[in-house]
Design a protein around this ligand. Structure first.
Ligand code: HEM
Length: 413
C-alpha cells in the first residue's frame, strides 16, 4: 500500500446496500476529489475518470494476468484441486497478455465475423418470442423478469452459437454456477474450490467431446469456424479451443442478461423515454447505447499493475490490484454533456462498456443485437409492463458486473 488514507478522502464501500443501489454519487465524488483512490478495504486502486480509465486500458502499465499471483499464494492442497481450472483459465484470452493474447485473438477474429453474428439474428428472435410466449401463457401477472427472460435468452443464444442442445440448459447452468463461485470470488461459499473444480471438469469434458464430434463430422457454424480458424497456419490447440468455448459461455451470458435487465429497469423508471421509444422505434439503437452508458453491465474491470507508474501524483506499484471503474467513466461530465440524464436520443455516445484497447469485447455486435431484439419485443408484447411496486429490484453484490439479481415486474400493469 503506497497511499495512506486521510480523513478528507471519500470512503468507497461497494458492499453498502445504498451504494449498490446507486453508486453514482460516490463515483462523482471520487472523480472530483480523489480520482486515483486507494481503498484500504479492497486493497486496490480505484480509478474513476474517463480519460484515466481509457488511457490505462490502452497502456502497458496494467496486466490482465492476475491468476499467477493468486495460484502461487494457495496452500498446496488447494493448488492441486484447482490445477485444471487454473490451467483452462490461463488459456482464456481475457487473462492473457501479449504476445500470447495477440496470437489467440488473431486466430479468433476468423470466427467472430460480422456474418457469423448476422446468422444468429433469426435464432435470437425465435428464442425471444418463445420466452415471451411462455410468459404470456403462464397466466401470471407477477414475474421475475431476470429469471424468466433475461437469464434464459442469452443462455440459449450462446448455446445455439456453440452447438450445445437447448435441453442441456440445466446442466450448463449448474456447471457454470459452480465455476462462477470461483471466478466471481464468492465470499460465503465454504466449498467453492470443490464446486469450481467439479464444474470445470464437467464443462471441459463436455466441450472436448463436442469438439471431437464436430471435427469428425463438420457442420457449418460458429463452433466449426472456431475449430478451423487459422492465422498464418497457426491454430488453437485443443485445450485453447475448450478454454475458448468456456470463455464465450461466460463472457456472453451474464453480461447480456444484465444489459436486458438494466434496459428494462431504466425504461420503466423513465416513462418519458419509454414513450419516446414507442413513438419512434428507430431510436432503439441509440436507446441501447444509452443503457450501456448510463447504467451498463460493466461496473469495473480488474487489472494488476505490470510496472511501477505514477498517476496524478500517486505511485502505483507493480503487483497492486487496480479497478478501472467503467460505469464511473461513463458518467464523467468532462466527456458527456449532462451525464446523469438518461437520454435515449444521445449522440456521440463513446461509452467504455465494451472495454478499450486489445481486450475490446469480441461479442459486442451480438450483445447489441440481443439487447435490441429483447427490448423491442418485450415492450411490444407487454404494452403495460410495469415494475412491481411491492418488491424493489435487488442489485448484485459484486464489483465487476452490474445488474439486478431479481427484477420483479407486473406483465400487465
Ligand atoms: C452486454 C454484453 C457484454 C458486455 C457489456 C461485454 C463487455 C466486455 C468487456 C468490458 C470486455 C473486456 C474485458 C477486459 O478488458 O478485461 C469483454 C471481453 C470479451 N467479450 Fe464481451 N461483453 C458482452 C457480451 C459478450 C458476448 C455476447 C460475447 C460472445 C459471444 C463476448 C465475448 C467476449 C470475449 C471473447 C472477450 C475477451 C476479449 C479479449 O480478451 O481479447 N462478450 N467483454
Amino acid at each position: 500500500m503506497t497511499a495512506p488514507q486521510t480523513a478528507e478522502q471519500p470512503v468507497y464501500d461497494p458492499s453498502d446496500p445504498s451504494v449498490m443501489a446507486n453508486p453514482f454519487p460516490i463515483y462523482a465524488k471520487l472523480r472530483e476529489d480523489d480520482p486515483v483512490h486507494w481503498s484500504p478495504s479492497l486493497k486496490s486502486w480505484i480509478i474513476t475518470r474517463y480519460t484515466d480509465v481509457r488511457d490505462l486500458l490502452l497502456s502497458d502499465h496494467l496486466s490482465v494476468n492476475r491468476l499467477a499471483t493468486f495460484y502461487q499464494s494457495l496452500p498446496p492442497a488447494d493448488a492441486v484441486l484447482l490445477k485444471d481450472i487454473v490451467h483452462y483459465l490461463n488459456l482464456w484470452l481475457a487473462f492473457r497478455d501479449p504476445p500470447d493474447h495477440t496470437r489467440v485473438r488473431r486466430i479468433l477474429r476468423h470466427a467472430f465475423t460480422a456474418s457469423a453474428i448476422e446468422h444468429m439474428r433469426p435464432n435470437i428472435t425465435e428464442i425471444t418470442d418463445l420466452l415471451l410466449d411462455r410468459l404470456e401463457s403462464g397466466g401470471r401477472n407477477e414475474v421475475d423478469l431476470i429469471r424468466e427472460f433475461a437469464l434464459q435468452l442469452p443462455a440459449f443464444v450462446i448455446m445455439d452459437l456453440l452447438d450445445v442442445p437447448r435441453d442441456m440448459l440445466d446442466d450448463f447452468k449448474e456447471w457454470s454456477d459452480d465455476m462462477a463461485v470461483f471466478i466471481g470470488g464468492a465470499r460465503n461459499s465454504g466449498d467453492k474450490y470443490e464446486r469450481a473444480e467439479r464444474g470445470c471438469r464437467k464443462m471441459s469434458s463436455y466441450f472436448a467431446q463436442l469438439i471431437k464430434e464436430r471435427t469428425e463430422n463438420p457442420k457449418p457454424g460458429f463452433l466449426m469456424d472456431l475449430i478451423s480458424a487459422r492465422d498464418e497456419g497457426d491454430k488453437l490447440s485443443e485445450d485453447e479451443l475448450i478454454a475458448t468455448c468456456i470463455l464465450v459461455l461466460f463472457a456472453g451470458h451474464e453480461t447480456t442478461t444484465n444489459l436486458i435487465g438494466n434496459a428494462t429497469l431504466l425504461l420503466l423508471r423513465h416513462p418519458d423515454q419509454l414513450a419516446k421509444l414507442k413513438s419512434d422505434p428507430a431510436l432503439i439503437d441509440s436507446a441501447i447505447e444509452e443503457v450501456l452508458r448510463f447504467d451498463g453491465p460493466t461496473n469495473a474491470l480488474v487489472r494488476v499493475a505490470a510496472e511501477d507508474h505514477d498517476l496524478h501524483g500517486r505511485q502505483i506499484r507493480e503487483g497492486e490490484r487496480v479497478f478501472v471503474m467503467v460505469n464511473s467513466a461513463n458518467r464523467d461530465p468532462r466527456i458527456f454533456k449532462d451525464p446523469d440524464r438518461f437520454d435515449i436520443t444521445r449522440q456521440q455516445n463513446r461509452h467504455l462498456t465494451f472495454g478499450q484497447g486489445i481486450h475490446l469485447c469480441l461479442g459486442a455486435k451480438l450483445a447489441r443485437e440481443e439487447g435490441r431484439i429483447a427490448v423491442e419485443r418485450l415492450f411490444a408484447r407487454f404494452q403495460n409492463l410495469a415494475l412491481d411496486p411491492s418488491e424493489p429490484p435487488e442489485w448484485l453484490d459484486a464489483m465487476v458486473p452490474r445488474g439486478t439479481r431479481h427484477l420483479p415486474v407486473l406483465l400487465n400493469g
